[in-house]
Design a protein around this ligand. Structure first.
Ligand code: PEP
Ligand code: MG
Length: 588
């Protein structure tokens, strides 16, 4: 590249989480709460500003009440109670009086005054050593955002209503944003926050949208309308790309197109190693609409259906009948291949529009997944009954997320059995032999895998969570993304423990976390004895090709060598060496 070319463009380095190249204009979506413009007003404007403020408070109150009602209906009065604290904020006389006093004293627009007062109020409370008051600070921040949006007359975030094709650049995009956005108009995604295993990244891969996350402060430096090139392979966002760069990427796209063409011929072939070991290669899906991509890419069924996405773009949980209709339809589409339905894994970074993300300071270790289901047995039973009824199609398996130990698994299985006997008494048809599995994604479950294996039919290892908990690295925090190492010796040992326990007890074991689609690590997972790999549908052809070029015996040898190595980088280097030797054209 010439110096001239280099000077004209600006490169932002992030983490490439969904492969592909996108070119186009960007739409920068800024967090509404962070941008509150200040402008002077005349004293004659004060009555009008007060009226605007009162209207916004009334509007906010009505929105909170509506949300509270919806939550009470769908989840229960206990959870709806969290909004009582939000209502107190809009009715807080001290806060309101301070805004009115400052409005007169400072002669500034009311959204700015309110933002300042509320910020100060929240900061003061958050510094007091009292958990109740600190919670109130979070309530204030949340309600403040809502009041300001109402004052600004802003409805949903702008990208939800976008009408032209753009590359979206945002500080953060939540999984529910991803689930609700109009995908046709999204050429690519780039965010300041995030990492490879955040659900936004996982979803963009499923949707086939090129994406780069972890760009730190790109939103501060970019403006809507600028021209960029987004490279989802190596995690680059290039502003005003030079002709040299464009030429280089044209070549790259051409090369990738050729490889894709070759891979498309693999659809009907088997994922079997050269020495005859068959690995079930299935696809992960988030939404029922993603199902058709599985057979198109040659997957042998669905290894993980993340049902919580049914809820993320709406405000109430679907009931038994609606879920039954959905699961049955998906099962029919996937038949005769298996469909593994995972019960709701709400929480973590997957919060529905109406759930408050500020509820928990540490949501990944909080009220999530099976914990939520066991505390909300009515919701759990409605889902289990729907899945069991769908099993009549003949290919449904079920699994529980975030199992931490034997007692929890026992409780989940008891509810499952109760649903089966209810349905039998009602004369509803279902498959009595439906396989039940546990996700192994908490280290405690991995360590007790020998006990858990006696109770169920299979394990599916959720490496996204297993890694974050094993080495204490938040999977969605871009600041520690470099520490998130799937080849950490501790992770390798946990994986081995789970695979060995499964086989000792005669059950099968798969991997459905993102590690399963990391081609550098295919030899390692095969060598550990994994019976199944479940990956984003678009990755199936590559992983299949990789499996076909390897032998099980060389992969087993690799595991023996890796177990002797001390560091994540040494293990990764050894795995990459083997992957390079066998299928270099599929990597990078
Ligand atoms: C995992 O944790 O690896 C997994 C597959 O589940 P999720 O990514 O939905 O948490
Ligand atoms: Mg998980």
């Amino acid at each position: 590249m010439s110096d001239d070319n280099a000077r004209q463009e600006t490169r932002f380095q992030g983490i490439g989480v969904s492969p592909g190249i996108a070119r186009g204009k960007i739409l920068v979506v800024r967090d509404d709460g962070d941008e509150v413009a200040r402008h002077r007003i005349q004293s004659g404007d004060i009555p009008n500003e007060i009226a605007r403020f009162e209207t916004a408070l009334i509007q906010t109150r009505a929105q909170i009440l509506e949300m509270q009602e919806r939550i009470a209906e769908s989840i229960g009065a206990k959870d709806a109670g969290i909004f009582d604290a939000h209502l107190l904020v809009v009715e807080d006389r001290t806060l309101i009086d301070e805004v009115l006093r400052k409005l007169v004293a400072d002669l500034c627009n009311v959204e700015f005054v309110f933002h300042e007062v509320a910020k100060h109020y929240a900061e003061t409370l958050s510094q007091i050593d009292d958990p109740y008051l600190r919670e109130r600070a979070l309530d204030i921040q949340d309600v403040t955002r809502r009041v300001i949006r109402n004052l600004q007359g802003k409805a949903p975030k702008s990208f939800l209503a976008m009408a032209e094709r753009h590359i979206l650049v945002a500080h953060n995009i939540t999984p529910s944003d991803t689930a609700t956005m109009n995908r046709e108009f999204v050429l690519g995604l780039a965010t300041d926050l995030g990492s490879r295993t955040s659900h936004t990244a996982i979803m963009s891969r499923s949707l086939g949208i090129p994406a780069v996350v972890g760009l730190h402060d790109a939103t501060d430096k970019l403006e809507t309308g600028q021209d960029v090139l987004l490279d989802g392979y190596s995690g680059l966002l290039i502003l005003d790309p030079t002709p040299d760069t464009l030429w280089h990427y044209g070549e790259l796209e051409h090369k990738k197109g050729q490889v894709a063409q070759e891979l498309s011929g693999l659809r009907e072939t088997k994922s079997t190693t050269r020495d005859g070991r068959h690995i079930v290669l299935s696809a992960n899906i988030e939404l029922p609409a993603d199902v058709e991509a599985a057979p198109r890419n040659g997957a042998e069924g669905i290894g993980l259906y993340r049902t919580e996405f049914l809820y993320l773009n709406r405000t109430t949980l679907p009931g038994e009948e609606e879920q039954y209709a959905t699961y049955r339809q998906v099962a029919e589409q996937v038949h005769p291949h298996p469909l593994i339905i995972r019960t709701f894994d709400l929480g973590g970074d997957k919060l529905a529009g109406s759930m408050d993300s500020n509820d928990e300071l540490n949501p990944f270790m909080g009220h999530r997944a099976i914990r939520f289901s066991l505390e909300n047995v009515d919701i759990f039973k409605a889902q289990l009954r729907a899945i069991i009824r769908a099993s009549a199609v003949g290919n449904v398996k079920i699994m529980f997320p975030m199992i931490s130990g034997l007692e929890e698994l026992g409780r989940a299985l008891a509810v499952f059995e109760e649903c089966k006997s209810e349905l039998a008494n009602e004369g509803q048809p279902f498959d009595p032999g439906t396989e039940v599995g546990a996700m192994i994604e908490i280290p405690s479950a991995a360590m007790c895998a020998d006990r858990l294996a006696r109770e169920i039919d299979f394990f599916s290892i959720g490496t996204n969570d297993l890694i974050q908990y094993a080495i204490a690295v938040d999977r969605v925090n871009e600041r520690v993304a470099h520490l998130y190492e799937p080849t950490h010796p501790a992770v390798l040992r946990l994986l081995k423990m789970v695979a060995d326990a499964a086989h000792t007890h005669g059950i099968w074991v798969g991997v459905c976390g993102e590690m399963a689609g990391d081609l550098a690590l295919t030899p390692l997972l095969l060598g550990l004895g994994m019976d199944e790999l479940s990956v984003g549908a678009s990755l199936v052809p590559r992983v299949k090709r990789a499996v076909q070029t390897l032998t099980y015996s060389e992969c087993q040898e690799l595991v023996q060598q890796a177990l002797e190595l001390d560091t994540p980088s040494a293990i990764l280097a050894r795995c990459t060496e083997m992957a390079q030797a066998c299928y270099a054209e599929l990597l990078g």
